[in-house]
Write a protein that binds this ligand. Structure first.
Ligand SMILES: [Ca+2]
Ligand SMILES: [Ca+2]
Length: 200
């Protein structure tokens, strides 16, 4: 089930010739069409070092051979900038450029981590990071099944009795690992994605 559509965010982290800089789509790009709220990400250490890379002291480019660990704190903010303490849900982490190998922290599963009462801290393991890299946080808007369990959207059962079974037949299934067939609006989410892409 898709529960909301707040998301966005990024933190640009210097790798190679670039410098550390944090920015937000919402503050940079004029009137944002980003849904009710945004996330903010703070990188607290890189490979255990709290002295983040700078233009003068960049990380070496990562060609995909070695993992990098970026410790982070995520906050969901309301449109007026306060901590969105009512936000509880999974977010997905993406490195661009780069590949997320895994995420550790309370409520982490795969590339995702669960934000509780608007905030979460964890560590993302990535590789193939080079140039000005960004860590993106995106609201999954659905509840993925726990590892080792059969997702409701892949179990062959019409769990919500609407006559449609599983992903992609039941439109309430956002992905095959969605753990509920309750309705969501994938199209709405795509509009949000496009608005983020345009804002850059
Ligand atoms: Ca099902
Ligand atoms: Ca169903």
């Amino acid at each position: 089930m898709r529960t909301s559509h707040r998301f966005v965010v990024l933190l640009a982290l210097g790798v190679g010739p670039a410098a550390v800089s944090a920015s937000s789509c919402a503050s940079n790009s004029g009137p944002p069409d980003l849904g009710p709220s945004t996330f903010f990400v703070k990188i607290t250490s890189v490979n255990g070092n709290a002295n983040l890379p700078t233009e003068q002291s960049p990380l070496p480019a990562n060609k995909g051979v070695t993992p990098e660990s970026w410790a982070f704190t995520i906050e969901a903010h309301t449109p007026t900038g306060e901590l969105a303490t009512d936000f509880n849900g999974y977010v997905r982490l993406t490195l661009a450029p780069g590949t997320v190998v895994g995420v550790t922290g309370t409520g982490a599963t795969g590339r995702n981590i669960f934000v509780t009462n608007g905030t979460v801290s964890g560590v993302v393991q990535g590789t193939a990071v080079y140039g000005p890299a960004r860590l993106w946080v995106e609201d999954l808007g659905y509840v993925p099944a726990k590892p080792g369990t059969t997702p409701k959207c892949s179990n062959g059962v019409d769990d919500n009795a609407n006559g449609l079974i599983d992903y992609p037949a039941d439109p309430g299934c956002y992905y095959a690992d969605d753990d509920t067939e309750d309705p969501g609006t994938y199209a709405e989410r795509q509009e949000d994605d496009e608005s983020v892409a345009r804002s850059h």
